[in-house]
Design a protein around this ligand. Sequence first.
Ligand code: GLN
Length: 543
Amino acid sequence: MAKHIFVTGGVVSSLGKGLTCASIGMLLERRGLRVRLQKLDPYLNVDPGTMSPYQHGEVYVLDDGAETDLDLGHYERFTDAPLSRDCNYTTGRIYQTVIRKEREGKYYEGKTVQVIPHVTDEIKAAIRSLATEDVDVVITEIGGTVGDIESLPFLEAIRQFSLDAGRDNVLYIHLTLVPYLKAAGEIKTKPTQHSVGALRQIGIQPDVLICRTEHPIAPDDKDKIALFCNIDRRAVIEERDKEYSIYEVPLSLVNNGLDDILVSRLSLKTNALEIGDWRELLDRVKHPDREVTIAVVGKYMKHRDAYKSVYESLDHAGIAHNARVVVRRIEAEEVERDGAASILGGIDGILVPGGFGMRGIEGKIEAIKHARVRRVPFFGICLGMQCATVEFARSVLGLDDANSTEFDQTTQNPVISLMEEQLRVRERGGTMRLGAWPSLLSPDSRAFLAYGKENIEERHRHRYEFNNSYRRAFEENGLAVTGTSPDGELVEIVELPDHPWFLAVQFHPEFKSKPTKAHPLFRDFIGAALQRREGGRVEVEAR
Ligand code: GLN
């Protein structure tokens, strides 16, 4: 029977609960256990797919097409645990099921349908759905902060869970902030005490406390936390801010003995921890011998998490080349205002990521023109690929008004247009072309060179696509289509063969990159950028 670890957070949000869960998953996996990870989010959206990146950061897409919380990205980058739709539930999704069952009229036997037990039962079923026979440990992260009204049903459900599964099979971890007060010159444990107090009021006694802190926690303070929070002193784990990289988190948890505590408290039979490759990886992160500067030109640049997986993938590609990737986040509207040449000088590679909506489009197009004409390595992702197509149509095919119908419905030259299957779609939630779809690559293309094979599968999230009526004109003028759906109908990749590295994809490769295995396209993009930096720059005239 699978054991369960529940992770809650207290005091403030943004403590890195997702990273902690991912790290715990990784440590258990590397002790030979089969783990699953799951996030329960207290908000009412059925999934984050309808939320603005300003609200929620990146929407992380899974193979099965689920649009999920970005913490699942951490889970996937740190572990090999398979992820599916069942790995992310929201209050909205739970209620959707409860209300559907009530309307069907056959589930609740005429009873009053209530938060306890009906909503909590549904939450417990969601947790149990991951605890299949082939799983040793299910790690469930509860979104939000203890004390929020909306997370109460989830906390109640995980409290009840130990009654069903047996207290010995369940472990509660609480992540808190231990702040340092400069004026007093000391760290403060009171917020942690209050947060654990709030949890205990609901009936949950945490077994392990992970204390996020900027400063070391002295033994006396640890004693105090243990005493007031009623926790074994060894299970009060200090988790200091990291100097170099989030990939340090698992190692620091090991150094503080967390994996041993989990294994002994849950009576798990495990192998010795195998983490040598991870240590090596960190060594590379800490001691790069080269550097490269990449401009990411997008729309949500002030939000740290809006292109989370893109930034992570750039880091992974850097690790693969022993290089530090310095990312310049550029608002596309800045390019519109000040011009590409002044904003993008001294840049070794330009990446235009995915996105929605009109704002900043012309700036992205200008940045892409700069990359094409000045022969700067360019990588376009989803909307970035659509913008590259529009730019080429305008500048090279001479179709001045070329556009995507997402931005101009009356253009005479809709080089990007709504996909056939999208024409009838009315609802916005969960209705894009989503999830893993296969593509076929042309031999001898840069894409083929990167992947080393013809058949690939990548994740998608889009409504618009390359308009095939223009395909010949593009190909005859030098924009090669080097990846399509297996039936040849949907364009997945375009390239400029006579450019040092100009490649754009309709899918989202950033969802499949790992620190230990950089995505081949990101790897080769950074490779080309390094070459430009180290081999001198070649400038050519515009066509
Ligand atoms: N807005 C574009 C579309 O819907 C691109 C989407 C994206 O970049 N994820 O097709």
